[in-house]
Design a protein around this ligand. Structure first.
Ligand code: IPM
Ligand code: MG
Length: 381
C-alpha cells in the first residue's frame, strides 16, 4: 500500500496512505521476544484482530524471533530474516527482550542489542512515550493524588543517536593491567534538528509547550542540543519553549509533573525520564510507545521483559494493547479504531478490572489473558 506523510508530527515515516473511510490492508510483523513479551503481545494481537473484523480491515500477522529467543535458535539476537520481515511490513509490534539467562553474554550478543539494532536499521529516530494518568488509577500511583491527577505528558526521546550509539565505545586494556570502559555522547546538528521538529509539531497538537531536557551546564553535546533546539523553535513561535537540566527534570517530574506537556529528550535522558514518568501513571505496565522515523514504525510497551513475573499470567497487557492503538493511529491513520481501543481500556479499568501491578481496594484482580478478554469484550459493546 502506498506510504504517505502524517502531518501531525511533521515527519515522513511511512504511514499508510488512505482516503477517509477506506479499508486498510496491512502486514504487521509480530516480534514477541522474551519474558512477558510472549504473554502480552498475543493479547494485543487479539485486540487488533477484533478491530479488523469489526471495522472491515485486513491485518496479516507474521511472527519472527528477536532477543533471547532468537539467540537460542540462531545464535544472534536480531536474525536477518527478522529484520527483513520488519522492513517488508507496514508496522512492527514488539513485546520485550532480555532475561537473566543471557546477561553474562558479551554486549554484541545481548538480547538488548536486537532492540538497538532494529531501531537503527529501521531509522526510528523518534520515540513517542505518552504518560497519561487514567482517572480510575490515580490511587494506584505511589505519588499523591493531588500531584498526579490530570497529568498528560508526551516524552519525545531521540532513539538512534547519543551515547547509545556514539563512538568510540568499548572496554580497553590499559598497560597497568586495569581496564577502561568508554562510551561517547555525540549529537550532530541534523540529529537534534529533526527530533526537535517532531517535538514542536507534536506540541502544536497539544498544549503548545516544549521543555527540552539537557545538561548544558556541563556537557558540550548538550550545549549544541540547546542551541539547535532554540534555532528550530524559530519556526514555531506559537509554541512555548523551556529548557531544563536533566537532574532538575527528574526532580520536577515527581514534584510538579503537571507543568510538563512535551518533554524533549536525548536518547539516554529519555530512557531514564520515561521510566520515571511511567510511575506517575501508576505502573510501568501502562505505558505504550511509538518509534517512528523512516518507512516502518515500531510499537512496543516501554517496559522490559520482566523475567521475575514471566510465564505466570500476571503481567499487565495494557501498555502493549495501547501500543497497538498507537499503531492504528500513527501507521494506519485509523483514528476512530485507535480511539475505540483507548475507550475499551478506560471502560475496563472503570469496571474495576486490574492486573496485579495496579490492584487496589474494591477492584478485581485478573490475569493477563482475562484483562485482554475484558478489553475485547468492552470493545464489542
Ligand atoms: C527502553 C529500554 C531499552 C533502552 C533497553 C532494553 C535496551 O530500557 O526501551 O527504554 O534502553 O532503550
Ligand atoms: Mg528504558
Amino acid at each position: 500500500m502506498a506510504r504517505g506523510r502524517r502531518n501531525d508530527i511533521g515527519i515522513d515515516y511511512g504511514a499508510i496512505e488512505r482516503s477517509k473511510g477506506e479499508a486498510v490492508k496491512a502486514k504487521i510483523a509480530v516480534l514477541a521476544g522474551d519474558g512477558v513479551g510472549r504473554e502480552i503481545v498475543p493479547e494485543a494481537v487479539k485486540v487488533l484482530k477484533v478491530i479488523a473484523e469489526k471495522y472491515g480491515h485486513t491485518f496479516e500477522f507474521a511472527t519472527a524471533d528477536i532477543g533471547g529467543q532468537a539467540l537460542d535458535k540462531f545464535g544472534v539476537p536480531l536474525p536477518n530474516d527478522t529484520l527483513t520481515l520488519a522492513k517488508q511490513s507496514d508496522a512492527v509490534l514488539l513485546g520485550a527482550v532480555g532475561g537473566p539467562r543471557w546477561e553474562s553474554l558479551e554486549y554484541s550478543l545481548r538480547p538488548e542489542r536486537a532492540l538497538l539494532g532494529i531501531r537503527e536499521a529501521l531509522g526510528l529516530y523518534a520515540n513517542l512515550r505518552p504518560a497519561k494518568v487514567y482517572t480510575t488509577l490515580v490511587d494506584a500511583s505511589t505519588l499523591k493524588r493531588e500531584v498526579i491527577e490530570g497529568i498528560d505528558i508526551l516524552v519525545i526521546r531521540e532513539l538512534t543517536g547519543g551515547i547509545y550509539f556514539g563512538k568510540p565505545k568499548g572496554i580497553e586494556k590499559l598497560p597497568n593491567g586495569q581496564e577502561r570502559g568508554i562510551n561517547t555522547e555525540v549529537y550532530s546538528t541534523e540529529e537534534v534538528r529533526r527530533i526537535a521538529k517532531v517535538a514542536f509539531e507534536a506540541a502544536r497538537k497539544r498544549r503548545k509547550k516544549v521543555t527540552s531536557v539537557d545538561k548544558a551546564n556541563v556537557l558540550e553535546s548538550s550545549e549544541l542540543w540547546r542551541k539547535v533546539v532554540i534555532d528550530v523553535h524559530g519556526s514555531y513561535p506559537d509554541v512555548e519553549l523551556g529548557h531544563i537540566y536533566v537532574d532538575n527534570a527528574a526532580m520536577q517530574l515527581v514534584r510538579n509533573p503537571r507543568q510538563f506537556d512535551v518533554l524533549l529528550c536525548n536518547n539516554m535522558f529519555g530512557d531514564i525520564l520515561s521510566d520515571e514518568a511511567a510511575m506517575l501513571t501508576g505502573s510501568i505496565g501502562m505505558l505504550p510507545s511509538a518509534s517512528l522515523g523512516a518507512k516502518v514504525g515500531l510499537f512496543e510497551p516501554i517496559h522490559g521483559s520482566a523475567p521475575d513475573i514471566a510465564g505466570r499470567n500476571i503481567a499487565n497487557p495494557i501498555a502493549t494493547i495501547a501500543s497497538a492503538a498507537m499503531m492504528l493511529s500513527y501507521a494506519f491513520q485509523l483514528e476512530k479504531e485507535a480511539e475505540a481501543i483507548e475507550q475499551a481500556i478506560v471502560k475496563t479499568l472503570d469496571l474495576g478490572y486490574r492486573t496485579k501491578d495496579i490492584q487496589g481496594p474494591g477492584t478485581q484482580t485478573v490475569g493477563t489473558v482475562e484483562m485482554g478478554d475484558a478489553i475485547v469484550k468492552n470493545l464489542n459493546e
